[in-house]
Design a protein around this ligand. Structure first.
Ligand code: CDP
Length: 230
């Protein structure tokens, strides 16, 4: 059977990664979390002192050091899912903190960051057989993807899911701060000049506010089967 390219885009914390990972595993495709790549660029800024006193990323310093950022993914045999590596180091936990979430959208809005990550993502997907999730996958990275999904859910439900996820990891987040962060990121992601978050004209829309993980998985699998049988 021919291998297609699947682009899953949508707002923060709407469960895209869970559904994309599950689908990729089920159909034997590669899964790439493009958000993890922007989170790695952000972690690099934090750990290399590239955040200015006013709390914004030092764009000039980062641009000079972009070639030092190498992101890769390796399967974790315990979870059966890929972990994110920055320059050979497993940063899967460190990229998911509220500190990184608070800075990632301004970093991801920088045109030279987007150019570098988009080129890497396109190289990873050259052969097809890939499920990639993010904000601009169906619009900018793979505009010719055979299957595009745009996922959304209400703000409160998305904030609750992210809050539960952080609690499960042992953090003690403040619900209002989580809600505020996702609204802020949605705003920056949707209004930036380069590759803003928007629904591709040919995307299938999924509002999963009231769906279980099992239901959304089945929905996606059914849509996939329709596409490859076309
Ligand atoms: O996990 P969550 O949905 O909250 O976010 P993520 O997928 O880890 O992405 C983190 C951030 O990276 C987003 O808020 C965007 O600012 C940025 N991003 C992007 O600009 N383009 C992408 N293709 C993926 C993520």
């Amino acid at each position: 059977m021919r291998k297609i390219t699947i682009a899953i885009d949508g707002h923060s914390s709407c469960g895209k990664s869970t559904m994309a990972k599950d689908l990729a595993r089920e159909i034997g495709y590669i899964y790439i979390d493009s958000g993890a790549m922007y989170r790695c660029c952000t972690l690099f800024c934090i750990e290399q002192g590239l955040i200015k006193a006013d709390g914004t990323p030092d764009a000039e310093a980062l641009e000079n050091r972009m070639q030092e950022i190498h992101v890769s993914f390796r399967l974790n045999p315990d979870t059966g899912r890929p972990d994110t590596y920055l320059n050979g180091e497993n940063v899967e936990t460190r990229i998911r903190t509220m500190e990184v979430s608070g800075l990632v959208s301004p970093v991801a809005a920088l045109p030279f960051v987007r150019a570098a990550m988009t080129a890497q993502q396109q190289a990873m997907g050259r052969e097809g057989g890939i499920v990639m999730d993010g904000r601009d996958i169906g619009t900018a990275v793979f505009p010719h993807a055979e299957m595009k999904v745009f996922v959304t859910a209400s703000d409160e439900i998305r904030a609750q899911r992210r809050y539960d996820e952080l609690v499960a990891k042992g953090e003690q987040p403040d619900f209002e701060a989580v809600l505020q962060n996702l609204r802020e990121r949605d705003h920056i992601d949707s209004t930036r000049a380069v590759a803003p978050l928007r629904q591709a004209d040919d995307a299938l829309v999924l509002d999963n506010s009231h769906m279980t993980i099992a239901e959304q998985k089945q929905w996606l699998l059914d849509r996939f089967k329709e596409r490859v049988e076309d």
